[in-house]
Design a protein around this ligand. Sequence first.
Ligand SMILES: [Zn+2]
Length: 439
Amino acid sequence: MYAVNNVNIIPMTTDNKVIENATIVIKDKKIFSINQPIPVNTKIIDGKGKWLMPGLIDMHVHNLADINFSSNYPTKGATLFTNTQDFMLLYIANGVTTAFELSARVEHFGQRNEIINGKVIGPRIALAILIEGGDGSGNAANTPADGRQTVRIAKAQGYEFIKLYSRLNIETYKAIIDEAYKQGMKVIGHIPNAFKGRLEEAFVPHFDMVAHAEEYAKQTDSFTGQDAKRFAKLAKENGTWLTPTLITMEKIAEQARSLDGVRNLPSLKYVHPLMQSKWLTSNNYNNGTNPERVAYFEKLINFHVLLVKAFKEAGVPMVAGTDAGTSGVIWGYSLHDELELLVKAGLTTAEALASATKLPATWLQIDDKIGTVEAGKFADLLLLDANPLDNINNTRKIAGIVVNGQWIDKEKIDMMLLDLEKRNNANKDKYDWGKRAEY
Ligand SMILES: [Zn+2]
């Protein structure tokens, strides 16, 4: 049993009134009480001058798990074995207590079990299976019957959500969404390329979320505020939420200009050395880049801001997601960048915090368990040295977190990070992306 006393709680409930100088008791992984007497034999954590909020939720990630490299990689035939704790530490160090995996494979169930069984300290993980059209790589479906069957198989295998991808044809797309609804699975997706010029038709009932602002940007060539408003209206009328993933395009544009930004990222040293090597030596955004490519990405960045403003004005819920796993977008760390960008694009700090706590919990249908600080909910908590409502960058000032019932303070996080950095540096030569290596 733990208690944090003298702390300012940002509950993220509907009225979100800060509870000043409060005492919160955590028992059996849950919030036992707020401002009630502290039971005996409780470990006390001093919260004086600190701020307690719900743990953060990243609604768009691609987690590193064991991979067999296929024939189109220079490391073909090699298997990368991922140390789950090393990987999940990136989330823990950043107060991320839930992550939504948007191209889930069977290996991600294994990782999740390691966390649930307490072998690894890590976030909750929601799993979406990706269904694509086209040539049959991965889970492909090119007819409505195949689409429905793929959804039913995914359901039986334990996946919870469906992710739609760009090359699905129109009829298959509609069949997948319909079947997913029948199976009780929510749907997030790209907007398939086939809808270009007929976007309205993509907004069928139970198309629950668009996974990137870019999916809208791809539907226009003019990038005007009027376009943004038209898209916001479609989304609002259909009840389709948005994960803008602003940081993804920022990083892509940066890499199209130069790889120095990635090279100099302070958190790069915590990334698996194979991915470091890949991002710096085999970078698709930088290879063969030119001024036109950079200019196009910069246009998208500006349009994404217009989209966020229009969606806010239209009242379409937006949630924070990073597309972490894209080169240069580092798991955990990038979520704070996303929150900063959402505020720059026009959200209030409270709205930005809601986009990474209460709102994603609601979309994932686990808002009865997490997303707010209330007695009875799971104690997924983030303790901060400064008030994030004053300045969104204060979400980076982490004093400690509670995850899976465990209190982990900054000292412990820093120790684990230092150890990871040392081992990553020692393994750099072994994980050269350009060489065929046996891992
Ligand atoms: Zn993605």
